[in-house]
Write a protein that binds this ligand. Structure first.
Ligand code: GLU
Length: 268
């Protein structure tokens, strides 16, 4: 099978060095494997995603030296596909409606958070479905019922064997939000399958999400890709790079006179 990779930026701010490095690795993996690299614009959240950041991200990545095949695919144009997957999961009884807010969950849970910082869902609405009025679909999210205690295992091409226990390392997670939008986990699974991605290259902060997504691939009867997670970059104070750290945005670094080679030298 021919290698097909993808880069999938979320246009909520200027691209920073950490993401740029992950995307560069994605290109390297595609090149090493004689494969193709595709571009997906993860613009599902209309409140946070802005056209100017879509444009700046495309421009910054081209400046850095990234090349991808074809036109970018935008998630905001693929709602019917996500809705169909949601309906399939719901019809098969693998989802349940949940009226808990993030605050409710934070307050109800005494259990530790999963490694990616998500509080483990305490099962409030899973155990008490009678509190839900199914007529009022705008009042709740839909969560995926994880198989309690099942080990989810995969071999990461960079970090090696991985193992997460469903219900312990992560809880029942949202796949559809009450605002009518799919959750990140569902959208990427539907897209990676539709785009026939053979390997996903992403940051190590998404390792637990990969385990969640493997459950969705299985539940939807789809073949999962392989995975390569990259180390995260930290600033000089040891803090993880984030979009709000403008000093390390590609824009800023470029304005200060850095060339693409200067930036690539920081991770090569
Ligand atoms: N859109 C995500 C990000 O910018 C990446 C999602 C993924 O690789 O699945 O961090």
């Amino acid at each position: 099978m021919k290698y097909r990779g993808r880069i999938a930026p979320t246009p909520t701010g200027y691209l920073h060095l950490g993401h740029a490095r992950t995307f560069w690795f994605a290109q390297e993996r595609a090149r090493q494997n004689n494969g193709t690299l595709l571009y997906r614009n993860e613009d599902l959240d209309p409140a946070r995603c802005k056209p100017e950041f879509r444009a700046s991200t495309l421009e910054d990545l081209r400046w850095l030296g990234l090349e991808w095949e074809g036109e970018p695919v935008s998630q905001s144009e693929r709602m019917p596909e996500y809705r169909a997957a949601f309906e399939t999961l719901r019809a098969s009884g693998q989802l349940f409606p949940c009226a808990c807010s993030r605050k409710d969950i934070r307050e109800a849970t005494t259990a530790p958070h999963s490694e990616d910082g998500e509080p483990i869902y305490p099962g409030t609405c899973r155990k008490n479905p009678s509190t839900i009025n199914p007529q009022k679909s705008t009042d709740y999210n839909w969560r995926f019922r994880v198989p309690e205690g099942e080990p989810i295992e995969f071999t990461d091409a960079h970090f090696g064997p991985q193992k997460f226990i469903a219900g312990k390392d992560f809880g029942d997670f949202p796949v559809w939000q009450k605002n009518g939008l799919p959750a990140y986990q569902l959208a990427v699974v539907v897209d990676d399958a539709a785009m026939e991605i053979t390997e996903v290259v992403r940051g190590a902060d998404l390792l637990t999400s990969t385990a969640r997504q493997l459950l969705l691939f299985r539940a939807l009867g789809l073949t999962p890709p392989a995975f390569y997670h990259c180390e995260l970059m930290h600033d000089e104070n040891g803090k993880r790079l984030a979009k709000r750290n403008d000093a390390l945005s590609l824009r800023e670094l470029r304005a200060k006179g850095n060339t693409p080679e200067d930036l690539r030298a920081r991770w090569e």
